[in-house]
Structures are given as C-alpha cells and as structure tokens.
Unconditional design. Structure first.
Lengths: 284, 302
C-alpha cells in the first residue's frame, strides 16, 4: 500500500478522469485533507455555499419539551395560555441549544434547519437539526451573532447575494377554545347550512395572536421581516373544541450596502414537461 | 437457498448463476444510468443484502415489564441519575430515575445493519464490482413478534479503465448519477455508506412522570408548564452519542449528505425510549477544487 498521495490538481474537466482519480485515491490512506466536516446538505447546496465563500462545518441539533398541565384542553373560553407558552418556551430553548452547538462547532450560523414539532395533550416538543456553516477557512466565532435559519443552502446563497442576511428563527403560536354555542343558537342553527362563527372567530383570534408573536420575535432579533413563513391551523386532534395556529420562519435584515438587484435572466428551458390537451379547459 | 456465508466465494448458488449470466441489472433511474455512463461507471448488477433479526427486547422497558436481553452488568456508555427531591413518600413514588444508553439495542441494530451491508458488498465483490452506488437501506418490523428486517441494496458498478479497490472491497455511496458526478467533480471520493443508532432509555423519576402526564405534584417540584429536563437530556445524549460514534469512524474523512432522525417512544408514566439514527456518505477529499462562480439567477418561463 502506498502512502498518502498529493491532491490531484483541479480542473480536469473530464468526469471519467475524475472518477478514475477518485477510485485510485481510495486505494491510498487518507491524505492530508482539509478540516473534517459533517453535513446534511446536498452536494448542490455545498457547492452553491462555496460560491459565496461559505462552507459547512458540522451537523448540529437542539430540542426541548415542555409540559402542558392536565385539564387545560377541557372546555373553556379564550386562549389556552399554558399551551401557547409551552410552545414558545420549547421553540426558544431548542433554538438556544442549537446556538450553543453551533458555537461549540465553530460555526457562524446554521442553515437548512429541519423543524419538527408536535403538540401532545400533556407536552409540546420541538426538535431542530441543521448544518453549522462559516466563511471558508474562518477560525473562531464571527463578530456578528450566530444566526439560525431554516432556509436551504440555495436560498441562503440567494438571500446573501441580494444583500440580505438571516438573523434567526422566529415563531409564534396560539391555542384558543372555540366557545360553546348557546342552547338557543344551537337550536336555531340545527339543520341549517350556516357559518359556525364561534369556530371562525376562534381561528381568527389564534391567527392574530400567533402572527403577532412571530413578528414581535422578529423585531426583537433586529429583523425587518420574516421569509419562508410556515403556518399550520385547525382544531386539535385530541380536543376538537380547541383550535391552534402556529407560524415560524427566518428573520432577515437588509445589510448596510442595501439591496442588490440580482438581474435575473429569463430562460426558456428545453426540458418542459409535456402538457397534454385537456378538453375540460375549453369550458371555462 | 442457504444463508449467505461470510466469504464472497460462498454466495448462494442462484446468486452466482445470476451474476454469471452476462446481462447486467440496475436499480438506477434512466437519468442516473446515463450520468453514471458519462462518468465512466458501468453497472454490473443489482446487489442486495438482507438480515432478519429476532429482537425480543426491542421496545421493552428493561426495568419495568419484560426485560428480555437486558444486561444489567453489561450496560456501557451514557447514564445519568435523576433523584427525587421529595424524599421517601410511598412505595409507589418514583424516588429516582435514570437515563441509560441501551447498548444492547445499539449492538443488535449494528449487527443487523452491518450483516445486511456486508452481504450486499459480498455480492458486489463476487460480481467484480469496484463500487456500489444508489444504496438504499431500510429496517422495518417484519411481524408483530419482535422481528426486524434489515435490507441494504444498490447497484454495483465498475470504473471503466479504473483500478480495482486495493483491498478488494468495493466502495459504497447513497448517491448515484448526477449527484455522485457532482460530488466527484467537487473533489470528494465516495468511501462508504455509514449509519449508526443511539438508543437511550428514560426511566422517569417522579418529576418527569408528573410533567409528562400533565399531572401536578402534591409535594411540589413539578411546576406546571416546566421543561421536562430528563427527557430533553436523553434526546441530547442520543444525538451526541450518534454523532460522536460516526465521527470516530470517519478518521480524516467527512460525512456528507447526512440524515439525523430522532424518535421518542412513550412507555407510560414518563418512561420512554429515545432513538437517534444517523446515516450518511463517508467521503474523502482527493483533489482541490476552485469554488464555482456565483450562480446566475434565472426565471424559468414555464
């Protein structure tokens, strides 16, 4: 077995030669390669990150679970504060742990964060996993605070190229009772096709509270907006008389140099999918 | 058909006959097939490895009911004790709890995965392959009786005009086709698929029990709405064990395209099993590459 060989110069431009060189390299012990990294990014994301001078460092994660006391999902009025607070605290603690893991790994931020959360009758769980990244070759922590973002490597690149910077994840949630109808209203609506305003109003109340909390969190981070907002809404599976609304997204801020026009070019791909004729389209 | 032996020379007779027939088989899509040909990889055969494990202790609480396979003296790795703040209350009171690494479950998972993986590689070796691309692995219950099937499969390939692996064992990767081509172009050589599981059991103390069940504590200490610290520590430990184990296997190589999934299975009264599966492509840098130019934004006229 031979010793570690020199790295092959870049730019052969011949995929067959590259593949042969890669296979040959495996017959030698690992050479003096660069810093070891772990990443859940795709090769496309890693390449596009490199194009703006960033590189993956390490796979990092954080999670939290907060208790929801028994009985809070029973019939009531107004917001189910225990659940809303448990969601906020779980999200906040998970983000904080992701920050710590990123800092420990020497990252300047985390991209492509997968957000998994669940609302159970007695606890709310949040788990975050992403890849810590840093400017290529950077050592130590950056001057800016660590950012956490659920944007993909591709979206992170696009955002930075346009003169914007991700700051963190902002989340908001609200869980609200849909109040019982009065006996009179229930009898009056019996057998009718009518709006159940108690549910509609509960949905609106939950939505306004959750969105406001998310935006407040964004402002606290010093952001000017939230992109890629994901929302869920609807009655709770285990308590159909309660509705929930959750929202989270990546907080962004314009960098001092201002917005840069990307000058996007229009392209007409030649691999269009075949669109078959649909007779139903003639009716409209 | 006999169970595949350890040596690739002792593959099942039907497998040997199949590989000797001359026609290749492949699990690649047509675009991936085309990309592999473009980079000088010719498919040799569709290779698979199976291992069905009896898993009597799977999912059972070792300290509660059942307990098959529990090795009181053989537990290794992480453990952390959570004492009750209340003192002696009653015989039913959970006066202490513990998080413990379920090493016997990790070993069983590793045994099943590794055996299936090695059987796949044996098939590829027997077929004269240099590598296996597009690997897919699964582990799923085969029945309700604690039987788990591990399956690893992929497409064995040969590098045209390339040297065979020095040790005769083909390299493997979850990637295929275009993504593999870009990986190699970016300067990484695929070494092997790698996967591990970390399993941590939660034997809840009284506080964890109260908080997980949402019930209050007559004796204090379980603030309504508080964080369930013991369970969170189990999740954190499971992630740490999995990532540290993979990193210890990497040497100077890197892990690319990783997938980290954590699941928590409740056992009642706050007890739970937290499992973390980490898998990815072990890759080795073999050449430098210059960063590609900044991408040009486009708007597709679809």
């Amino acid at each position: 077995m031979t010793g570690p060989g020199p790295l092959v110069p870049q730019g052969s431009g011949d995929p067959r030669a590259d593949m042969r060189a890669a296979a040959e390299a495996l017959s030698r012990p690992a050479g003096p390669s660069g810093p070891r990294m772990t990443s859940d990014l795709s090769i496309d994301e890693e390449l596009v990150l490199h194009s703006i001078g960033w590189e993956p460092v390490e796979l990092v994660g954080g999670s939290s679970m907060h208790s929801v006391p028994m009985g809070v999902w029973n019939w009531g009025q107004g917001e189910i504060s225990y659940a809303s607070v448990a969601y906020a605290r779980s999200f906040g603690a998970a983000v904080q742990r992701l920050h710590e893991a990123c800092s420990h790994a020497g990252g300047h931020g985390v991209v492509g964060v997968h957000v998994e959360w669940s609302v159970e009758p007695h606890h709310i769980d949040v788990a975050l996993v992403g890849t810590a990244v840093r400017p290529v070759g950077a050592t130590g922590l950056g001057s800016d605070p660590i950012f956490v973002s659920d944007l993909s490597g591709r979206d992170f690149t696009l955002l930075r190229s346009a003169g914007w910077s991700p700051l963190g994840l902002a989340a908001g949630a609200s869980f609200v009772y849909a109040p019982r109808r009065s006996m009179g209203a229930a009898m009056q609506q019996s057998g009718q096709n009518v709006e159940l305003t108690n549910y509609t109003e509960a949905m609106y109340a939950a939505r306004e509270a959750a969105m406001e909390r998310m935006q407040e969190a964004a402002l606290q981070l010093g952001g000017t907006g939230v992109v890629e907002v994901k929302v869920t809404e609807g009655p709770m599976e285990f308590a159909r008389h309660a509705v929930g609304f959750t929202a989270y997204g990546t907080v962004v801020r314009l960098l001092p140099d201002g917005h840069r026009n990307l000058g996007a070019q229009m392209v007409l791909p030649l691999d269009d999918p075949v669109v078959s004729f649909d007779a139903a389209s003639l009716r409209s | 058909m006999a169970v595949p032996a350890e040596s690739p020379d002792e593959l099942p007779e039907a497998a040997v006959r199949r590989f000797d027939e001359g026609a290749f088989s492949s699990g690649l899509t047509v675009p991936d097939f085309a990309a592999c040909l473009q980079m000088g990889l010719e498919p040799v055969g569709f290779v698979q490895g199976y291992c069905v494990m009896q898993w009597q202790w799977y999912g059972m609480s070792p300290m509660g009911g059942g307990g098959f396979g529990y090795q009181w003296g053989g537990v290794r790795g992480y453990s952390e004790t959570f004492n009750c703040p209340h003192g002696m209350v009653s015989a039913e009171h959970r006066s202490w709890g513990q998080n413990y690494e379920q090493s016997w479950m990790e070993d069983a998972w590793a045994s099943g995965f590794t055996t299936a993986y090695e059987r796949m590689v044996d098939e590829a070796t027997s077929a004269g392959a240099h590598g296996v691309v597009g690997v897919v692995d699964t582990s799923a219950p085969l029945s309700d009786l604690g039987v788990v099937e591990f399956k690893v499969q992929g497409t064995a390939v040969r590098v045209v005009d390339g040297a065979p692996p020095a040790d005769g064992r083909p390299w493997t990767t979850y990637l295929a086709g275009q993504r593999l081509a870009k990986l190699v172009e970016a300067g990484y050589a695929p070494v092997a698929v790698t996967a591990t599981v970390a399993s941590v059991g939660v034997w809840a103390n009284c506080i964890t029990q109260y908080l997980t069940e949402g019930s209050g504590s007559l004796y204090g200490g379980a603030t309504p709405g508080a964080e369930i610290v013991q369970t969170v520590k189990a999740q954190t430990a499971a992630r740490r064990i999995a990532t540290e184990r993979i990193r210890s296997q990497l040497g100077r190589d890197s892990l690319h395209g990783a997938s980290l999934t954590t699941t928590r299975t409740e056992r009642g009264e706050g007890d739970a099993t937290v499992e973390c599966i980490l898998r990815g492509n072990r890759v080795r840098r073999f050449k430098d590459f210059d960063p590609m130019p900044a991408p040009r934004p486009t708007v597709r006229l679809l």
